[in-house]
Design a protein around this ligand. Structure first.
Ligand SMILES: Nc1nc2c(c(=O)[nH]1)N[C@H]1C(S)=C(S)[C@@H](COP(=O)(O)OP(=O)(O)OC[C@H]3O[C@@H](n4cnc5c(N)ncnc54)[C@H](O)[C@@H]3O)O[C@H]1N2
Ligand code: MOO
Length: 346
């Protein structure tokens, strides 16, 4: 790049190479124009008003890209389905959710871009549930001018990854809830689990197909699961009876339904006695009673993934260990806390 001093009248379209300040109040200097600004026709009169007749400008050499153009190119490359982005401001471009859904970050591509010189791309954690319009990421270049080859490399990384940042919409899944336990089945106590589970599902736009009840009988639990599959459930939540009492027969019931157990026991507290299984493509979840007592549990970590159509593997559950411990804050701040950060590694 080259710099030169030129007359104001010749400066339109050129890149300003120094800040132009003005006295705002009591000698305080505010930036009227920042270094890097691309001079517009309407700026000329303001420059003259500020007493400037000449300015330093920057001329790009072949293969050099101005920071704002570079920021925009990076954002465009990184943004996939369901992601929008802003105009650059001092090369910083913000990326936003164009729709509500689950934020998916290609972690390998994200690292590869950030390993390039002179560019950064910073995001919310992978697998964050996001609202429409929420800020997801910011990208920026570090110097005023970037070599185009760096951008070409970033664009290649993004193209090979498909996209680096996207938002998957939640699908309308059909969910069956099977409440186990003699005490509820026989009407000795009122079901408090069904309402909690329904409340967790509805905000995502999925449907509760049915809430059914089963006694502490593994064969009956298995029959109810098979029936739910036949009725077209995509996801079956089986509540209670998940621990070590003799009448805790839900894991056996899930097994007897023909579902394959992915993992019994999750490294999440609350959620240790959780069980993940699949009967074909139907997800069957054994949800321990902590899901009723605690505001946030393993279910809150995995449900969003299931609702965008992902299949949960044993490895996904193992990765929940890091950050799987809830701090039990007096006022729950989830998801703005460390609980469940392991889900970002899926
Ligand atoms: N000796 C041990 N006890 C417990 C262990 C353990 O490892 N060893 N694990 C604890 C953990 S962790 C959890 S979580 C719970 C798991 O409980 P369950 O899923 O087996 O729950 P239940 O025994 O069926 O019920 C516990 C409690 O909640 C009431 N309940 C259950 N379902 C409903 C419902 N739909 N509506 C209202 N109330 C319900 C039930 O009556 C019991 O009072 O186990 C720990 N214990
Ligand atoms: O499944 Mo229990 O979490 O450890 O409360």
């Amino acid at each position: 790049m080259r710099t030169q001093i030129i007359k104001i009248e010749d400066a339109v379209g050129k890149i300003l190479y120094h800040d132009i300040t003005k006295i705002v109040k009591d000698g305080f200097k505010g930036a009227a124009f920042k270094k890097g600004h691309i001079i517009q026709p309407q700026d000329i009169q303001q420059f003259l008003n500020l007493g400037k007749e000449h300015v330093y400008v920057l001329e790009l050499e072949p293969g050099e890209i101005h920071e704002d153009e570079a920021g925009s190119r990076l954002a465009k490359a990184a943004a996939g389905d369901g992601v929008t982005f802003s105009q650059p401001r001092e090369s910083k471009v913000n990326l936003f959710a164009g729709q509500a859904g689950l934020l998916k970050i290609n972690l390998e591509a994200l690292e590869a871009v950030n390993d390039l010189p002179d560019v950064i791309l910073s995001t919310l954690p992978n697998n964050t549930v996001v609202k429409e319009g929420e800020m997801l990421a910011g990208t920026k270049v570090i110097p005023l001018v970037v070599q185009e080859e760096v951008l070409l490399e970033a664009e290649k990384i993004a193209a090979e990854a498909g996209s680096i940042i996207k938002v998957l919409p939640f699908l309308e899944k059909k969910i069956s809830i099977i409440i186990t336990g003699n005490e509820v089945y026989k009407g000795r106590i009122k079901d408090a689990f069904g309402p909690v589970l329904s409340e967790k599902i509805l905000p995502y736009g999925s449907k509760v197909l049915e809430v059914d009840y089963a006694p502490d009988d593994a064969d009956v639990i298995a029959e109810k699961i098979i029936l739910s599959v036949e009725k077209g459930a995509d996801i079956i939540l089986v509540s209670g009876g998940m621990s070590v009492d003799p009448d805790d027969v839900t894991p056996l019931g899930i097994r007897l339904s023909g579902a394959e157990i992915v993992k019994y026991g999750s490294p999440v507290l609350p959620g240790a006695m959780f069980l993940m299984a699949y009967r074909g493509n139907v997800a069957v979840l054994g949800m321990p009673a902590c899901g009723m007592y605690f505001r946030t549990t393993v279910l809150d970590l995995l449900l969003p993934l299931l609702l965008v159509g992902e299949r949960i593997s044993r490895r996904d559950i193992v990765k929940l260990a890091h950050g799987g411990l809830c701090r039990s804050c007096p006022r729950c701040r989830y998801p703005n806390c460390t609980f469940g950060i392991g889900v970002s590694q899926k």
